[in-house]
Design a protein. Structure first.
Length: 543
């Protein structure tokens, strides 16, 4: 699963072949294998705002996760049971993940930002038998516990209370040695619910092989990862496929320390401080967060940054953000692409000669990606269609939990259909246009919102932007832009006209936003993507 030697994309892609062991257990791979070789090697470091940073070694991770696996087993939890993790970035989160994998159980990561209805839906749909959480999560679970008959145990990392088990008590009560379950690559290990931007969320079930499948992409995007001194950090929630599989677990498998940080609303100055104080060399930062970093002027003069690589995914990065990072931080962002169901299949890497402003990149080593129509027929260069991945593929999900019909609809002619619209150029670069349901139809044109949003972000007054189609009797739809202004700029008709002209003169007459609305913020999913569905509904309600 490691990349072969080489420095150019064509040779890497041509010569790559998958070699995933028949017995591959994520829990063993990210803890006990390293503990056997180098138990004192640091695997986790936690940033504390007061400066009292903490660390955890692979030996400690292996021992504590084994003890917790013994505790869960004693509670009657076993192979195939779902254990929910409603936790922030913390040592306990990683210990819990590793313990679950060692047992052959299935980890169900959930974001702390979820409200009670979202939690109830996911816990019921997954049939979770236990929840590991903190005080914040406990308040929400307590509101719905009587409606969760499958949940037999709730464990708090902040200590025991009435009807609640204490995490530390369980770990200390059991031996730090566990007989790790033998797990084939297709053995279920992890269930991550889709973002649910359209339709109800679905549980995407992954086998242990999913981690092995991410390694070539990580090594490609992070330019020969790991290098001496590498250290990974992401502001993304580890409950998201991005935070978990684009940062945490691959880094642990490759022996790279991972920095965790307290849950908070993203703050640009704090992000720079974390990266500087913790000597972060590698970061996974979604595009929205990268755009928010622009609010700090001349960050390299204020913070002693040692960044070597930045990876970004989750939504379109765009030319403007790509060029700002290169100009301001001196790093060429490695944009990559995937979905909860099939992740990290497209990637860029300046070190390997694959990078182009405005494009995602090319197929990552080990993956075959194409543009197809809705029936799974490949389309020619330049034609707009669905981004699709050929199966079998180790990062491809096993299926949607208890929903074979939805799983079947995800495929056509052996291709996994992403529902994301894009096109491929003659060099093999794929450009993202938007979700199929995000594409705007105006005066006979099909317009992807990503290009408009990228152009809007080039205006100095714009901090964040979203473009949607608003129903129009003459043009079918018109483009409407929702704008969050950068500090120091005031909303007004004059600025709205200036922004409209900015897009009109840089893109085309049919793509500029005929309406501009200034808003205080944009609704985001827990993965940091703009929920355009809500904006479309808002725009439609104005008619």
């Amino acid at each position: 699963m490691n990349l072969p030697p080489g420095d150019r994309y064509d040779a890497l892609y041509r010569d790559f072949s998958w070699q995933i062991p028949e017995d591959f257990n994520i829990g063993r791979a990210v803890s006990d294998d390293w503990a056997a070789r180098d138990p004192d090697r640091v695997c986790l470091e936690h940033f504390s705002p007061d400066g009292h940073h903490l660390s955890l070694t692979y030996g400690e991770l292996a021992g504590r996760s084994s003890a917790f696996a013994n505790a869960l087993s004693a509670l009657g939890i076993g192979r195939g049971n779902r254990v929910a993790l409603l936790l922030p970035q913390s040592f306990e989160t990683v210990i819990s993940h590793v313990a679950i994998y060692k047992m052959g159980a299935i980890a169900l990561p959930l974001a702390l930002l979820f409200g009670v209805e979202a939690l109830e839906y996911r816990l019921k749909a997954a049939g979770a038998t236990a929840v590991v959480t903190n005080g914040f999560g406990l308040e929400r679970i307590s509101q719905i516990r009587d409606r969760l008959p499958d949940v037999r145990h709730v464990i708090s990392i902040e200590g025991a209370s009435a009807g609640i088990l204490g995490f530390a008590d369980l770990v200390s009560a059991y031996p730090p040695v566990f007989d790790i379950a033998q797990s084939g690559p297709d053995e279920p290990a992890l269930m991550i619910f889709t973002s649910g931007t359209t339709g109800p969320p679905k549980g995407a079930l992954h086998g242990h092989r999913v981690l092995a499948g991410h390694i070539p992409g990580m090594q490609f995007a992070h330019e020969g990862f790991p290098q001496a001194g590498d250290r990974m950090w992401t502001p993304s929630d580890w409950a998201w496929a991005g935070g978990l599989l684009n940062a945490l677990l691959p880094s642990l498998l490759l022996g790279v320390p991972v920095v965790s940080s307290p849950a908070q609303k993203f703050d640009a100055d704090m992000a720079y401080r974390i990266m500087a104080e913790m000597r972060v060399r590698n970061a996974f930062i979604p595009p929205t967060a990268l755009r928010l970093l622009k609010s700090v002027e001349d960050p390299r003069s204020k913070y002693d940054l040692v960044l070597r690589t930045i990876g970004s995914a989750g939504e379109s990065l765009g030319r403007e953000t790509y060029e700002w990072v290169r100009r301001t931080l001196g790093i060429t962002v490695s944009e990559f692409y995937g979905q909860t169901e099939c992740n990290f299949v497209l990637s860029s890497s300046a070190a390997f000669g694959v990078t182009k402003a405005g494009a995602i990149g090319r197929a990552s080593p080990g993956h075959r990606v194409a543009i197809v129509d809705d029936e799974g027929e490949e389309l020619p260069v330049g034609a707009q269609g669905q981004i699709a991945i050929a199966g079998p593929d180790p990062v491809m999900f096993l299926g949607y939990w208890n929903d074979p019909e939805a799983t079947e609809r995800k495929y056509a002619r052996g291709w996994l259909l992403t529902g994301d619209i894009g096109w491929q150029d003659a060099e093999g670069y794929i450009t993202f246009a938007g979700r199929d349901d995000d594409v705007i139809t105006s005066s006979g044109y099909r317009i992807g919102p990503a290009e408009i949003e990228d152009c809007l972000l080039g205006h100095p007054a714009v901090q964040l932007a979203a473009a949607v189609g608003k129903p129009d009797p003459l043009r079918t739809e018109i483009v409407k832009a929702y704008i969050v202004l950068a500090p120091g700029h005031a909303a007004g008709a004059g600025l709205a006209a200036e922004i409209r002209d900015w897009v009109k003169t840089r893109l085309s007459m049919h793509e500029y936003p005929r309406e501009v609305e200034f808003v205080d913020d944009l609704s985001l999913t827990t993965t940091g993507k703009v929920i355009r569905r809500l904006l479309r509904e808002k725009a439609a309600a104005e008619i």
